[in-house]
Each structure stands twice: as structure tokens, then as C-alpha cells.
Design a protein around this ligand. Structure first.
Ligand code: ATP
Length: 277
């Protein structure tokens, strides 16, 4: 492994993954994975489909645990946390899911208010102030009384973002935030991710496939494949680092180190040919 693919220990890392090994249904998703997410920055996680990007986010929130290894988030090793410590930690992490997952029967205001009503006993006037502040931050205070069915895809994503920041998180995890957005909505979301990161003084981690978008918003990118970090660096230059992984992934080549076949047993044997090679 070259220096460029080895995670560099960094005291300012808010997330520090060490030796994470995760096997799901007999398939190794992470194979002693090491990586650091720098505090206060926007970090992109990229990699082929099924490589474990969403799974990595779930390790950070403690929704999933590996067989071994450590996942440190703001100084706590997540797999070792007790249930209530885990809930405490999760309240400090905002999560924007792949689909915006708004509650269809609730208007925009109530969607953003929902976590506050679920997890706090704040008076209505305070809830109102928090919700309107968050909606203002994403430019949708005027849409407070619209239903999700009345929103464009980009607006829905911004509402979900307002909801994700309702507890003033230290860390926001975005899972595929750019999928299905038209160019205008895409630019609005990009600008918003960057602005929120700066104005709220938080850390952002995003899983995405779109290199052009990642280049506009991210400070650092990790390329994960085969259970490990296979490349990392500046999003502007990573695509041209010349390694077979980056050539295949960013060049969209069908052939390369990423296998076409999902791991499977012996083909001839599975077709019933005895002792098939
Ligand atoms: N709960 C689970 N149980 C068993 N296998 C799972 C589970 N969750 C994910 N997997 C498997 O783990 C692998 C990684 O899935 P994951 O969704 O993290 O990939 P991804 O890199 O986010 O993919 P994509 O880019 O397509 O969204 C896949 O092979 C998937 O089938």
C-alpha cells in the first residue's frame, strides 16, 4: 500500500476508523479499513456500487457494528457505547437519507418539527423559532405550510436538510444527496452543504458518485473498494493519480480491479457438473 492510500492519523479527526472488519452474509465489506474524517471539513466517500459506503455511515451512527475494529466519533468508540450513550451521540449527528424520506401527511413545518416533538418537551414558541430558523437557513421559510407532494425534488431535499440540522449537530452525513436533481437544484444543494458547513461550524461527510459535484464541494475524498481505502486526496486531482482503481472508477471503465461478478461459488459446480473446475 502506498502512502497516498494509507489513512493518516490526524488529531483533528472527528471520525477515526481503525481496523474495521465487517462481514455481511459471508461477504467481506470492510477488510481492516482505516480512515480519518477531518473536523470542520467536507469529506466525500466514493466507490463502486455495493462497496459499503452506506454501511460505513451506519457504522458511524452505530446502526451497524463490524466483527472487529474501532470507529471513534468525537472521541468515543461507537461499537463500545451503551444504548443510552449511543442515543446521545446520534442526537449530535444529522443524517440525510438517500431518499429525503419526508412524512407525506405532514407539511414542511411539521416535518422539521417532528424530531423536536419526538425527543424534547420544548414549548411551542421555541419549537416554532427553531423550525423557522432552520427553514430560513435552507431558504424555505416561505414554504412552511406546503405538503411534501407540493415540493420539487430539490426542495424536498432541502427540507430534509433543515430537519437534519434541527438539533445543531456536530456532524452531518449525506447519503447520495445529488441523485435526481436538475442542475439548478444541484447547485443549490451544493451551495447549501458548503454554507452550512461553514456557518454552523460542523463537519460534513457525503457519499456520492458524481465527481464533478464532489469536486465543487468536498475538501477531501476517499475512494473505497474491496473493503479498503484504495485512493484518497484532493477531489480536484484524485481522478488523475494514475492508479488502476482511479482509472477504472473515474474513467468508468468496465474492466479493471473492480470485478464484474458478485462473489459466487464455483460456476460449474453450481450448474451441477460434478467436480467442475
Ligand atoms: N443489513 C444488511 N445485511 C446484509 N447485507 C447487507 C446489509 N446492508 C448492506 N448489505 C450488503 O453490503 C454491501 C454494501 O452495501 P452498501 O449499501 O453499503 O453499498 P454502497 O456502497 O452504499 O452501494 P450503492 O453505491 O449502490 O448505494 C452490499 O453488498 C449489500 O448487499
Amino acid at each position: 500500500m502506498t502512502d497516498s492510500v494509507r489513512a493518516k492519523p490526524d488529531d483533528s479527526a472527528i471520525v477515526r476508523v481503525r481496523g474495521l472488519t465487517t462481514v455481511l452474509n459471508g461477504k467481506t465489506i470492510f477488510d481492516a479499513l482505516d480512515l480519518d474524517i477531518p473536523r470542520g471539513k467536507v469529506t466525500a466517500i466514493m466507490g463502486p456500487s455495493g462497496t459499503g459506503k452506506t454501511t460505513l455511515l451506519k457504522h458511524i451512527t452505530g446502526q451497524m457494528r463490524g466483527q472487529s475494529g474501532e470507529v471513534w466519533v468525537d472521541g468515543r468508540n461507537v461499537p463500545a457505547l451503551r444504548r443510552e450513550q449511543l442515543f446521545e451521540l446520534r442526537e449530535r449527528i444529522g443524517y440525510l437519507f438517500q431518499n429525503s424520506a419526508l412524512l407525506t401527511d405532514f407539511d414542511v413545518f411539521e416535518n422539521v418539527a417532528f424530531p423536536l416533538r419526538q425527543h424534547t418537551a420544548l414549548p411551542e414558541v421555541l419549537i416554532r423559532n427553531i423550525v423557522l430558523t432552520k427553514l430560513q437557513a435552507v431558504g424555505l421559510r416561505g414554504a412552511a405550510r406546503l405538503l411534501p407532494s407540493e415540493l420539487s425534488g430539490g426542495m424536498a431535499r432541502r427540507v430534509a436538510l433543515a430537519r437534519a440540522i434541527v438539533f445543531d449537530p456536530m456532524l452531518i452525513l449525506y447519503d447520495e444527496p445529488f441523485v435526481g436533481l436538475d442542475p439548478i437544484a444541484l447547485n443549490q444543494v451544493l451551495k447549501l452543504i458548503r454554507t452550512l458547513n461553514e456557518t454552523l461550524g460542523i463537519t460534513s461527510v457525503l457519499v456520492a458518485h458524481e465527481l464533478a459535484a464532489v469536486q465543487q464541494v468536498a475538501d477531501h475524498v476517499y475512494l473505497i473498494a474491496n473493503g479498503k481505502v484504495v485512493a484518497q486526496g484532493d477531489p480536484k486531482t484524485i481522478a488523475s493519480d494514475g492508479s488502476p482503481w482511479t482509472r477504472q472508477f473515474f474513467g468508468g471503465e468496465a474492466d479493471g480491479p473492480v470485478p464484474f461478478q458478485y462473489p459466487a461459488g464455483d460456476y460449474a459446480a453450481s450448474l451441477g457438473f460434478k467436480g467442475g473446475a
